[in-house]
Design a binder for this molecule. Structure first.
Ligand code: FES
Length: 168
């Protein structure tokens, strides 16, 4: 018999330390990831995605612009397609609005309601928004459509992450 036999006490102590450490790591990892995640994501949030829309072709008439990008969720990578309604206001400034209705999240269309061809219309519960994205009082939505920040690069429109409209 070897003299370096591990005593029962030592064996228990090693085993408990090992198992305890393993469990602590298992509990701490998600916490650390949760704390660090927003920091890692901040960069992605600031990204602007290229759209196929030429800035020179944007007029006062809202047009639907679809754009796609790859999204990585942990190890899962998928292609996401988003839509924006884009036009120029009277001052010539580009406006890019999210099509997601602020009532329950259906998709709005510009001119979707024959009686209000100059407004955004949500067919789910007849929500309406004026051209600048302001919700029409008396219809279900209680907030204006979200707005995409935008950039122009090489003549094309780039869009950021849609965010609630800041009231002036
Ligand atoms: S989801 Fe658009 S009006 Fe209800």
């Amino acid at each position: 018999m070897s003299k370096e036999r591990v005593s029962r006490r030592q064996f228990l102590s090693y085993t408990l330390t090992g198992v305890g450490g393993f469990m602590a790591a298992g509990m701490l990892m998600p916490m650390v990831r949760f704390a660090v995640d927003p920091v890692l994501k901040a960069d992605a949030g600031g990204d602007f995605i290229a759209t196929p829309q030429k800035v020179a072709d944007i007029t006062e008439e809202p047009i639907r612009v679809d754009f796609s990008y790859k999204q990585k969720d942990a190890w899962y990578e998928s292609e996401v397609t988003e839509t924006a309604w884009v036009y120029r206001d009277e001052a010539g400034k580009i406006v890019a609005l999210s099509p997601v209705c602020k009532h329950l999240g259906c998709t709005v269309n510009f001119g979707g309601d024959k009686e209000h061809p100059d407004q955004f219309f949500c067919p789910c519960h007849y929500g309406r928004y004026t051209k600048d994205g302001t919700n029409v009082p008396g219809t279900p939505p209680l907030a204006p459509l979200d707005v995409y920040p935008y950039k122009e690069k090489d003549g094309f429109l780039y869009l950021g992450k849609a965010e609630p409209r800041k009231e002036a």
